[in-house]
Design a binder for this molecule. Structure first.
Ligand code: NAP
Length: 293
Protein backbone atom coordinates (compact mmCIF):
# COMPACT_ATOMS: atom_id res chain seq x y z
CA UNK A 1 0.00 0.00 0.00
CA UNK A 2 1.33 3.43 -0.91
CA UNK A 3 2.29 5.79 1.92
CA UNK A 4 0.11 8.90 1.95
CA UNK A 5 1.00 12.45 3.01
CA UNK A 6 -1.62 15.11 3.71
CA UNK A 7 -0.91 18.86 3.77
CA UNK A 8 -3.69 21.19 5.00
CA UNK A 9 -5.95 19.96 7.80
CA UNK A 10 -8.73 22.54 7.51
CA UNK A 11 -12.48 21.90 7.39
CA UNK A 12 -12.08 19.58 4.39
CA UNK A 13 -8.52 18.23 4.69
CA UNK A 14 -8.88 17.10 8.29
CA UNK A 15 -11.79 14.79 7.45
CA UNK A 16 -10.16 13.53 4.25
CA UNK A 17 -6.92 12.61 6.04
CA UNK A 18 -8.96 10.82 8.73
CA UNK A 19 -10.85 8.82 6.08
CA UNK A 20 -7.59 7.79 4.39
CA UNK A 21 -6.28 6.57 7.73
CA UNK A 22 -9.55 4.66 8.29
CA UNK A 23 -9.14 3.12 4.82
CA UNK A 24 -5.90 1.59 6.12
CA UNK A 25 -3.28 3.90 4.59
CA UNK A 26 -0.19 4.93 6.49
CA UNK A 27 -0.73 8.72 6.75
CA UNK A 28 1.72 11.53 7.55
CA UNK A 29 0.21 15.00 8.01
CA UNK A 30 1.20 18.67 8.31
CA UNK A 31 -0.78 21.85 8.96
CA UNK A 32 0.61 25.41 8.92
CA UNK A 33 -1.05 26.33 12.22
CA UNK A 34 -0.01 23.73 14.79
CA UNK A 35 -2.46 21.81 16.95
CA UNK A 36 -4.82 20.58 14.23
CA UNK A 37 -3.42 17.05 13.98
CA UNK A 38 -4.25 15.78 17.50
CA UNK A 39 -7.30 13.69 16.54
CA UNK A 40 -5.46 12.28 13.52
CA UNK A 41 -2.44 11.30 15.61
CA UNK A 42 -4.78 9.57 18.07
CA UNK A 43 -6.10 7.65 15.03
CA UNK A 44 -2.61 6.46 14.10
CA UNK A 45 -1.39 9.21 11.74
CA UNK A 46 2.07 10.75 12.12
CA UNK A 47 2.81 14.47 12.12
CA UNK A 48 5.74 15.91 10.13
CA UNK A 49 7.56 19.22 10.63
CA UNK A 50 7.01 20.62 7.10
CA UNK A 51 5.46 19.76 3.71
CA UNK A 52 8.94 18.62 2.59
CA UNK A 53 9.10 16.24 5.57
CA UNK A 54 5.61 14.94 4.75
CA UNK A 55 6.86 14.26 1.22
CA UNK A 56 10.01 12.47 2.44
CA UNK A 57 7.77 10.03 4.33
CA UNK A 58 5.26 9.52 1.48
CA UNK A 59 4.75 8.06 -1.98
CA UNK A 60 1.65 10.16 -2.67
CA UNK A 61 1.13 13.65 -1.18
CA UNK A 62 -2.37 15.18 -1.00
CA UNK A 63 -2.87 18.92 -0.56
CA UNK A 64 -6.05 20.72 0.50
CA UNK A 65 -5.34 24.41 1.15
CA UNK A 66 -7.23 27.61 0.40
CA UNK A 67 -6.22 29.26 -2.88
CA UNK A 68 -3.78 29.23 -5.83
CA UNK A 69 -0.88 31.04 -4.03
CA UNK A 70 -1.30 28.66 -1.08
CA UNK A 71 -0.91 25.55 -3.27
CA UNK A 72 2.12 27.24 -4.87
CA UNK A 73 3.56 27.83 -1.38
CA UNK A 74 3.10 24.30 -0.03
CA UNK A 75 4.37 22.69 -3.26
CA UNK A 76 7.21 24.99 -4.32
CA UNK A 77 7.94 27.29 -1.35
CA UNK A 78 10.76 26.77 1.15
CA UNK A 79 10.38 23.30 2.72
CA UNK A 80 7.69 22.56 0.14
CA UNK A 81 6.51 19.20 -1.14
CA UNK A 82 8.64 19.44 -4.32
CA UNK A 83 11.76 19.61 -2.12
CA UNK A 84 11.04 16.34 -0.34
CA UNK A 85 9.19 14.13 -2.82
CA UNK A 86 11.37 11.67 -4.73
CA UNK A 87 11.04 11.16 -8.49
CA UNK A 88 8.27 8.63 -9.03
CA UNK A 89 6.05 10.33 -6.45
CA UNK A 90 2.55 11.70 -7.04
CA UNK A 91 0.75 14.85 -5.87
CA UNK A 92 -3.05 14.98 -5.56
CA UNK A 93 -4.40 18.52 -5.07
CA UNK A 94 -7.92 18.63 -3.59
CA UNK A 95 -7.97 22.46 -3.32
CA UNK A 96 -10.17 24.60 -5.58
CA UNK A 97 -7.74 26.80 -7.52
CA UNK A 98 -6.95 28.22 -10.98
CA UNK A 99 -6.99 25.69 -13.87
CA UNK A 100 -4.11 27.44 -15.70
CA UNK A 101 -1.90 27.59 -12.59
CA UNK A 102 -2.74 23.91 -11.99
CA UNK A 103 -1.45 22.98 -15.46
CA UNK A 104 1.77 24.94 -14.69
CA UNK A 105 2.23 23.19 -11.33
CA UNK A 106 1.75 19.82 -13.03
CA UNK A 107 4.38 20.66 -15.66
CA UNK A 108 6.89 21.78 -13.02
CA UNK A 109 6.41 18.56 -11.07
CA UNK A 110 6.62 16.45 -14.23
CA UNK A 111 10.06 17.98 -14.91
CA UNK A 112 11.07 16.45 -11.54
CA UNK A 113 9.57 13.06 -12.46
CA UNK A 114 6.57 13.62 -10.17
CA UNK A 115 2.99 12.94 -11.28
CA UNK A 116 0.04 15.25 -10.59
CA UNK A 117 -3.74 14.95 -10.33
CA UNK A 118 -6.07 17.89 -9.67
CA UNK A 119 -9.04 16.64 -7.69
CA UNK A 120 -11.27 19.54 -6.55
CA UNK A 121 -14.38 18.39 -4.74
CA UNK A 122 -17.98 19.28 -4.12
CA UNK A 123 -20.15 18.01 -1.29
CA UNK A 124 -19.07 20.30 1.54
CA UNK A 125 -17.76 19.43 4.98
CA UNK A 126 -20.50 16.81 5.39
CA UNK A 127 -19.32 15.04 2.20
CA UNK A 128 -15.72 15.26 3.42
CA UNK A 129 -16.65 13.77 6.80
CA UNK A 130 -18.69 10.92 5.30
CA UNK A 131 -16.24 10.28 2.45
CA UNK A 132 -18.97 10.87 -0.13
CA UNK A 133 -17.43 13.81 -2.00
CA UNK A 134 -17.87 14.30 -5.73
CA UNK A 135 -14.38 14.52 -7.22
CA UNK A 136 -13.65 16.26 -10.54
CA UNK A 137 -10.26 14.99 -11.67
CA UNK A 138 -7.63 16.09 -14.18
CA UNK A 139 -4.26 14.58 -15.04
CA UNK A 140 -2.57 11.87 -17.10
CA UNK A 141 -4.49 8.59 -17.28
CA UNK A 142 -1.70 6.64 -15.49
CA UNK A 143 -1.52 9.19 -12.66
CA UNK A 144 -5.30 9.08 -12.29
CA UNK A 145 -5.30 5.26 -12.04
CA UNK A 146 -2.56 5.40 -9.42
CA UNK A 147 -4.50 8.08 -7.49
CA UNK A 148 -7.80 6.20 -7.68
CA UNK A 149 -7.54 4.19 -4.40
CA UNK A 150 -6.80 7.46 -2.56
CA UNK A 151 -9.63 9.30 -4.32
CA UNK A 152 -11.95 6.39 -3.46
CA UNK A 153 -10.93 6.75 0.18
CA UNK A 154 -12.22 10.33 0.22
CA UNK A 155 -15.07 10.46 -2.29
CA UNK A 156 -17.83 8.51 -3.98
CA UNK A 157 -18.23 9.88 -7.50
CA UNK A 158 -14.92 10.25 -9.31
CA UNK A 159 -14.86 11.56 -12.88
CA UNK A 160 -11.72 12.03 -15.00
CA UNK A 161 -12.17 14.91 -17.45
CA UNK A 162 -8.78 15.21 -19.19
CA UNK A 163 -5.30 16.66 -18.61
CA UNK A 164 -4.15 18.52 -15.48
CA UNK A 165 -6.35 21.56 -14.85
CA UNK A 166 -9.51 20.07 -16.35
CA UNK A 167 -10.84 19.00 -12.94
CA UNK A 168 -10.48 22.63 -11.83
CA UNK A 169 -12.27 23.86 -14.96
CA UNK A 170 -15.23 21.57 -14.16
CA UNK A 171 -15.28 22.84 -10.57
CA UNK A 172 -15.46 26.40 -11.98
CA UNK A 173 -18.49 25.34 -14.06
CA UNK A 174 -20.07 23.93 -10.88
CA UNK A 175 -19.62 27.26 -9.07
CA UNK A 176 -21.06 29.20 -12.03
CA UNK A 177 -24.18 26.99 -12.10
CA UNK A 178 -24.82 27.29 -8.37
CA UNK A 179 -24.33 31.09 -8.45
CA UNK A 180 -27.28 31.40 -10.80
CA UNK A 181 -29.50 29.00 -8.87
CA UNK A 182 -28.84 30.66 -5.48
CA UNK A 183 -29.68 34.08 -6.98
CA UNK A 184 -32.84 32.77 -8.67
CA UNK A 185 -34.07 31.05 -5.48
CA UNK A 186 -33.37 34.25 -3.50
CA UNK A 187 -35.44 36.27 -5.98
CA UNK A 188 -38.24 33.71 -5.87
CA UNK A 189 -38.36 33.70 -2.07
CA UNK A 190 -38.40 37.50 -1.79
CA UNK A 191 -41.14 37.71 -4.43
CA UNK A 192 -43.17 35.06 -2.54
CA UNK A 193 -42.94 36.96 0.72
CA UNK A 194 -43.75 40.35 -0.85
CA UNK A 195 -46.73 38.76 -2.62
CA UNK A 196 -48.07 37.59 0.75
CA UNK A 197 -47.60 33.90 -0.07
CA UNK A 198 -46.52 31.19 2.40
CA UNK A 199 -42.91 30.55 1.29
CA UNK A 200 -42.93 27.02 2.75
CA UNK A 201 -46.00 26.12 0.68
CA UNK A 202 -44.39 27.67 -2.41
CA UNK A 203 -41.20 25.62 -1.92
CA UNK A 204 -43.21 22.42 -1.37
CA UNK A 205 -45.29 22.99 -4.51
CA UNK A 206 -42.39 24.05 -6.75
CA UNK A 207 -40.12 21.26 -5.53
CA UNK A 208 -41.88 18.59 -7.57
CA UNK A 209 -41.80 20.64 -10.78
CA UNK A 210 -39.24 22.08 -13.15
CA UNK A 211 -38.16 24.75 -10.60
CA UNK A 212 -37.14 22.08 -8.08
CA UNK A 213 -33.48 21.95 -7.01
CA UNK A 214 -31.30 21.02 -4.05
CA UNK A 215 -30.82 24.71 -3.36
CA UNK A 216 -34.58 25.43 -3.40
CA UNK A 217 -35.22 22.47 -1.08
CA UNK A 218 -32.32 23.04 1.34
CA UNK A 219 -31.45 26.74 1.32
CA UNK A 220 -34.70 28.67 0.73
CA UNK A 221 -35.66 28.57 4.44
CA UNK A 222 -32.41 30.36 5.38
CA UNK A 223 -33.30 33.08 2.86
CA UNK A 224 -36.82 33.42 4.27
CA UNK A 225 -35.53 33.55 7.87
CA UNK A 226 -32.63 35.86 6.90
CA UNK A 227 -30.34 33.60 8.95
CA UNK A 228 -27.39 31.89 7.26
CA UNK A 229 -25.55 29.27 9.35
CA UNK A 230 -22.95 27.18 7.40
CA UNK A 231 -23.08 25.50 4.81
CA UNK A 232 -20.58 26.89 2.40
CA UNK A 233 -18.81 30.17 3.11
CA UNK A 234 -19.58 33.17 0.91
CA UNK A 235 -15.90 34.18 0.80
CA UNK A 236 -14.94 30.74 -0.60
CA UNK A 237 -17.61 30.95 -3.31
CA UNK A 238 -16.39 34.46 -4.18
CA UNK A 239 -12.86 33.07 -4.54
CA UNK A 240 -14.22 30.32 -6.82
CA UNK A 241 -16.18 32.81 -8.96
CA UNK A 242 -12.94 34.79 -9.36
CA UNK A 243 -11.38 31.63 -10.82
CA UNK A 244 -14.39 31.05 -13.10
CA UNK A 245 -14.49 34.67 -14.33
CA UNK A 246 -10.76 34.61 -15.09
CA UNK A 247 -11.17 31.37 -17.04
CA UNK A 248 -14.13 32.85 -18.92
CA UNK A 249 -12.19 35.99 -19.78
CA UNK A 250 -9.27 33.96 -21.13
CA UNK A 251 -11.70 32.09 -23.39
CA UNK A 252 -13.81 35.07 -24.52
CA UNK A 253 -16.83 33.74 -22.62
CA UNK A 254 -19.39 36.13 -21.07
CA UNK A 255 -20.83 35.22 -17.62
CA UNK A 256 -23.16 38.07 -16.65
CA UNK A 257 -24.98 36.21 -13.86
CA UNK A 258 -21.73 35.01 -12.26
CA UNK A 259 -20.28 38.53 -12.49
CA UNK A 260 -23.37 39.90 -10.72
CA UNK A 261 -23.17 37.20 -8.03
CA UNK A 262 -19.48 38.01 -7.51
CA UNK A 263 -20.25 41.72 -7.08
CA UNK A 264 -23.04 41.00 -4.60
CA UNK A 265 -20.75 38.59 -2.70
CA UNK A 266 -18.00 41.24 -2.60
CA UNK A 267 -20.54 43.53 -0.93
CA UNK A 268 -21.45 40.80 1.56
CA UNK A 269 -17.78 40.25 2.45
CA UNK A 270 -17.31 44.04 2.85
CA UNK A 271 -20.29 44.10 5.24
CA UNK A 272 -18.71 41.34 7.35
CA UNK A 273 -20.87 38.45 6.10
CA UNK A 274 -18.12 36.48 4.28
CA UNK A 275 -18.17 33.62 6.77
CA UNK A 276 -21.93 33.04 6.52
CA UNK A 277 -23.48 30.43 4.23
CA UNK A 278 -23.61 31.63 0.61
CA UNK A 279 -27.42 31.54 0.68
CA UNK A 280 -26.90 35.04 2.16
CA UNK A 281 -26.98 36.13 -1.51
CA UNK A 282 -30.60 36.71 -0.45
CA UNK A 283 -29.46 39.63 1.78
CA UNK A 284 -28.94 42.13 -1.07
CA UNK A 285 -32.09 40.95 -2.92
CA UNK A 286 -34.10 41.39 0.30
CA UNK A 287 -32.53 44.77 1.01
CA UNK A 288 -33.13 46.12 -2.51
CA UNK A 289 -36.76 45.06 -2.05
CA UNK A 290 -37.18 47.02 1.17
CA UNK A 291 -36.79 44.08 3.56
CA UNK A 292 -34.24 43.48 6.30
CA UNK A 293 -31.15 42.02 4.60
P1 NAP B 1 -10.23 25.98 5.63
O1 NAP B 1 -11.01 25.28 6.66
O2 NAP B 1 -10.15 27.48 5.65
O3 NAP B 1 -8.73 25.38 5.66
C1 NAP B 1 -7.74 25.87 4.84
C2 NAP B 1 -6.49 25.05 5.07
O4 NAP B 1 -5.44 25.55 4.20
C3 NAP B 1 -5.94 25.17 6.49
O5 NAP B 1 -5.36 23.94 6.84
C4 NAP B 1 -4.88 26.26 6.33
O6 NAP B 1 -3.88 26.22 7.32
C5 NAP B 1 -4.30 25.86 4.99
N1 NAP B 1 -3.57 26.95 4.33
C6 NAP B 1 -4.10 28.05 3.73
N2 NAP B 1 -3.13 28.81 3.21
C7 NAP B 1 -1.96 28.18 3.45
C8 NAP B 1 -0.61 28.45 3.14
N3 NAP B 1 -0.26 29.56 2.44
N4 NAP B 1 0.32 27.58 3.55
C9 NAP B 1 -0.02 26.46 4.25
N5 NAP B 1 -1.27 26.13 4.57
C10 NAP B 1 -2.24 26.98 4.17
O7 NAP B 1 -10.72 25.65 4.14
P2 NAP B 1 -11.50 24.34 3.64
O8 NAP B 1 -12.96 24.59 3.79
O9 NAP B 1 -10.88 23.12 4.23
O10 NAP B 1 -11.17 24.44 2.08
C11 NAP B 1 -9.97 23.93 1.52
C12 NAP B 1 -10.13 23.91 -0.01
O11 NAP B 1 -11.26 23.09 -0.34
C13 NAP B 1 -10.42 25.31 -0.61
O12 NAP B 1 -9.77 25.44 -1.85
C14 NAP B 1 -11.93 25.30 -0.76
O13 NAP B 1 -12.36 26.19 -1.79
C15 NAP B 1 -12.19 23.85 -1.12
N6 NAP B 1 -13.57 23.38 -0.81
C16 NAP B 1 -14.15 23.67 0.40
C17 NAP B 1 -15.45 23.22 0.63
C18 NAP B 1 -16.16 23.50 1.94
O14 NAP B 1 -17.37 23.22 2.05
N7 NAP B 1 -15.50 24.03 2.96
C19 NAP B 1 -16.14 22.49 -0.35
C20 NAP B 1 -15.52 22.21 -1.54
C21 NAP B 1 -14.22 22.66 -1.77
P3 NAP B 1 -4.09 27.03 8.71
O15 NAP B 1 -4.81 26.08 9.62
O16 NAP B 1 -2.72 27.35 9.14
O17 NAP B 1 -4.90 28.28 8.38
Amino acid sequence: MERIGFVGLGTMGGYMAANLRKAGFEVTVWNRTPGKAAALIAGGAREAASPADVARASDIVCTCVSDTPDVDAVLFGADGVAEGLAAGGLVIDYSTISPSATAEFAARLKAQGIGFVDAPVSGGSEGARLGTLTIMAGGDEADLERARPVLEGTGKTITHFGPAGSGQAVKAVNQVVIAGVYLAVAEGMVLSMKAGLDPQAVVAALGGGVAGSWILANRSAKMVNNDYPLGFRTRLHLKDLGIALELAQSLGVVLPVSALAAQLESGLVARGYGDEDMSNLARPIRQLSGMEG
